[in-house]
Ligand binder design. Structure first.
Ligand code: NAD
Length: 356
């Protein structure tokens, strides 16, 4: 098969980690008989420098016309003084909006080889951690009505948490479908004891669940979920939740994995087009030094194969290769520990390819 991929490598370490991702994808393509055709477009700070705006129309058009989008990272101190709507990070929100991506998938997987880097007690993670947080990305408080008004207590500000049935339905379906491909267990997280929006959210999740009798469903209030995540992380499979709760819980879950350099993510919409990117930023402090960890970006490439192209075997091949490299003791600086062999970004990419 031939797949068209838009590449927004971005700023800082974005292009370095993306280069390794592309090398790995090409090697997998060769092994399994697929061709990946890349179109490189600008987004973020580099687009501001060239076009005066973080997300040029050409970038949006190329992404929309592709089968999938790979993103490195955007941002850097050069652009820090620009006003909010002109900053590199606008490229991320703009692309998500333009591509209609409403589901954010954030896996938190603790590799056996990195168990020492997990801040939790060893007995809590003895059974491993493999959690997929499915976060609603385009609704809730971040996008609801917001404003200021005068009250008896002085000036007040508000951000409205609002969810419509269809918004909940589609994210719930995404979560159940993903659970079917994993351990068939969805934990819905809301705050229905207090919030009306959560009461609607939960009723819709319960309705959707009727179509997935093979998937176990349970519910947690968000405050309890944040505790349970660190008390019994091994018991979670898929967590589905709204935008603000997901923002917080996905970061909490990610801390169990050792380093931000290990964390991939995906943003999906109605069709198969998705955007795949590492969770980390452009890390200007280490850019250009060949020391960034490319694994988060390489694993984002594996997610693309799985969720946009349905190439499950190929995706697993990449995930297994990463595990093998870690088991052999190779580490980039961010995950380095005593007795291991420290390698740079390029070498890590090469090692993954050798272990495919
Ligand atoms: P960051 O994620 O870029 O870096 C945080 C720390 O983690 C730094 O010490 C960095 O060196 C380290 N780090 C990050 N990725 C690493 C990797 N792959 N390997 C090894 N170490 C790694 O966050 P920040 O410093 O807060 O932000 C830097 C810039 O990135 C800012 O302009 C910010 O707005 C932007 N940002 C972009 C995204 C994105 O593109 N999705 C996300 C977060 C931040």
């Amino acid at each position: 098969m031939n797949y068209k991929i838009a590449v927004v490598a971005g700023d800082g370490i974005g292009p370095e980690v993306m280069e390794q991702n592309i090398n790995v994808l090409n090697a997998v393509g060769e092994k399994f008989g697929h061709t990946f055709e890349y179109t490189y477009v600008l987004g973020g700070g580099c687009a501001i420098d060239k076009y005066g705006e973080p997300l040029p129309q050409e970038t949006i058009d190329v992404c929309k016309a592709s089968d999938s989008v790979l993103l490195g990272a955007v941002g850097g101190w050069q652009w820090d003084t620009l006003p909010g709507d002109k900053r590199p990070e606008r490229a991320l929100l703009g692309l998500r909006g333009a591509l209609g991506l409403y589901a954010n998938l954030r896996p938190a997987t603790l590799h056996d080889a990195l168990k020492d880097a997990c801040p939790l007690k060893p007995e809590l993670v003895a059974d491993g951690v493999d959690i997929m947080v499915v976060r609603e990305l385009t609704g809730g408080m971040y996008f609801g009505e917001k404003g200021r008004k005068q009250t008896d207590m002085g000036e007040a500000a508000y951000d409205v948490e609002q969810y419509a049935v269809k918004e909940v339905e589609r994210i719930a379906r995404t979560a159940f479908e993903i659970a079917r491909k994993r351990n068939k267990h969805v934990t819905n997280v809301d705050k229905q004891n207090v919030l009306e929006s959560s009461r609607l959210w939960r009723s819709v999740v319960l309705e959707v669940a009727k179509d997935y009798p093979d998937v176990e469903l349970d519910h947690l209030y968000v405050d309890n979920a944040s505790m349970q995540l660190i008390m019994r992380p091994a018991t979670f499979d898929v967590i589905v939740t709204g935008n603000i709760f997901g923002d917080i819980l996905s970061d909490e879950a990610s801390q169990m994995t050792g380093s931000i350099g290990m964390l991939p993510s995906a943003s999906l919409g109605e069709g198969t087009l998705g955007m795949y990117e590492p969770v980390h930023g452009s890390a200007p402090d280490i850019a250009g030094k060949d020391i960034a960890n490319p694994i988060a970006t390489i694993l984002s490439g594996a997610m693309m194969l799985k969720y946009s192209f349905g190439l499950l075997e190929e995706a697993k091949c990449i995930e297994d290769a990463v595990t093998k490299v870690l088991n052999k003791g190779y580490r980039t600086g961010d995950i380095m520990s005593e007795g291991m062999t420290q390698v740079g970004c390029k070498k890590m990419g090469k090692l993954v390819i050798e272990n495919l």
